[in-house]
Structure formats: C-alpha cells, structure tokens
Design a protein around this ligand. Sequence first.
Ligand SMILES: Nc1ncnc2c1ncn2[C@@H]1O[C@H](COP(=O)(O)OP(=O)(O)OP(=O)(O)O)[C@@H](O)[C@H]1O
Length: 311
Amino acid sequence: MTATAPAAVTTRGLTKRYGSHTALHGIDLDIARGSVFGVIGPNGAGKTTTMRLLLDIIRPSGGEVRVLGEDPRTGGAALRRRIGYLPGELHLASRVRGRELLAHYAEISGRVRPGVVDALAGRLGLDLGRPVRSLSKGNKQKLGLIQAFMHEPELLVLDEPTSGLDPLVQQEFLAMLREAKEHGQTVFLSSHVLSEVQQAADEVAILRAGHIVELATVARLRETAVRRVRVVVGEPDAAALRATLDRLPGVTGVRDVADRVGAAAFEAQLDAHVDTFVKAIGLHEVIDLTIQEPDLEQSVLGFYNEAEVVR
Ligand SMILES: Nc1ncnc2c1ncn2[C@@H]1O[C@H](COP(=O)(O)OP(=O)(O)OP(=O)(O)O)[C@@H](O)[C@H]1O
C-alpha cells in the first residue's frame, strides 16, 4: 500500500473519436481526492464524452484513464458501486414511483443507509410517491441526484447537475456538494456556465472543441478576470487621468461618463493588473474609485470564443 491514496481521476492523452470526428483531443486531468472539480464548456465541447469514458459507458480511442486507482474497463460492478453518476439526459418514462425506482437503483449501487433517501428527498423537495413519468424536468433531475448521492459514493460524476433546478434547490444542491467534500468524497461536475461551479469547485477546466483551453483554481480565474472600474477626479485633472488610463496595461474600453459638476468620471475594463492600476491612479487627485467584483463569466466567454485551437 502506498502512503497516499491515488488521485480520484487521472487521464493522460485521453482521446475519443467518433468516426472521422475527434470529440476529445488527448486531454490530461488530475482530480485530487476530496476535491470538487468543475468542467465547463460550450455545447459539444466534450464534457459528456469525458464523463462517459470515466464510467466505461464508452471506450477511449487512445490514452489512459484511472478512476479511484482502477481502469474503468476492468473495474466492473465493484468500481461502479464506488461512483455516483448523474447522466446529462435522464430518460425516466416509467410508471413506477420514485421510491421504487430508487430501490431498483440501490440493487445496482449497493448499500444505502436507512433514512438517506428520505433525507435527500426532503432537502430537495421531491415527492417520492409519484410515478416518475409524471414528474417535471426539475423533479426528474432531483430523482437523478438522489440516485447519485444515496449510496454515499467515493466519487460523484455529475453531468450538468443543476439543469432544471430552481434557484432555491440549486442552493441546497451546493450545500450537498460542500458536505460531500467535508466527508472526503470527490466531485466531478460539468456545466455550461461558471457561476454554477465557481461557488462549489476548487478547480475548473475549461473545455472547448475537445481541448482543455484553461485549467485553473477558481481563485486564479478571479485574479485574472475582467473587472469594471470607475474613477472620479476633479475637472482640472480629467485630461491627465484620461492619458494615464489610455497607456495603462490591461485597461480597455475607457469612456468618459457624465458626473457631477466640477468632476469627471471614467469607466473602463481592467484585467488582472490591479496593482499597477491602483498605483497609477494614485498619482491623481481621486474623488472616488470603484472596482467591481470580477466578471468571471465574461472571462470564460473569452476562452469560449478564442481562435480555434490548432494541434
Ligand atoms: N455517439 C456519438 N456519435 C458521434 N458523435 C458524437 C457522439 N457523442 C458525441 N458526439 C460528438 O462529440 C462532441 C462532444 O460531445 P459531448 O456530448 O461530449 O459534448 P458536451 O460538452 O457534453 O456538450 P453539451 O453541453 O451540448 O452537452 C460533439 O461534437 C458531439 O457531436
């Protein structure tokens, strides 16, 4: 036995081709045990493909995968029981009631502690007595989440878990993620938008067209993200401030906005260079300064829109 447990998920050069189309171009991932790892990306980026490869629902065209130290191709039912999986598309057309369906899943996933299903249903606000085919999209999603969480697996693989959930239920789900992490479980989740993952994830991979275009901690994304700034100076200092803003690195879109009589205000976008900005602004007679919370969503859209990755 080694002193440290293996990473929850490791991939090296993971590649998936569908005919002539390459959905994943050799991605490398390391997801530490006990962490929450988010993968975000636009439609068709390869998020679902990555997750299905981890679950051995599909097989790689190349590269290596280890899940909880095992090869998913040979891990079989024993490995599967250590994982909770929420698929991106749930097909729940059955006449059976939620409780019966979960009992059926429990035969596959292994032991579920008494009370856990009811506790999860209570938290998410799901009536387990209704036939699953009569449930709304959001309520089906809750059922999917319960089946992923109920056996308290070592690894949770959640494909767009908040899809269809209202904001209150999303908050409850985020609390469930925090608790999972506190209990040492590992979470790998996907989303289209960062706002969902930034509250919960330690690390985020941005996937686009089968390539990881950015891999960073949420803290690091925040540091490099675009912020809106607003500076107000006395009228006599306006031209000098404008000249400073125009030459500062990381400052773009400077515009003159109306302010009270005798003062001039400028708004701009600032990326990363906060220290340089504050020091340069400090040379002027500043009446007011606002630096907004960074807009991570906008930064991520920048990654989505970057020129095609060439390999
Ligand atoms: N069974 C398949 N046969 C052929 N191509 C496929 C298949 N499954 C996925 N693809 C293609 O692989 C690429 C990645 O798809 P994938 O479903 O992994 O993306 P995604 O990031 O999960 O997207 P979304 O956000 O829309 O769910 C897409 O171009 C998709 O069309």
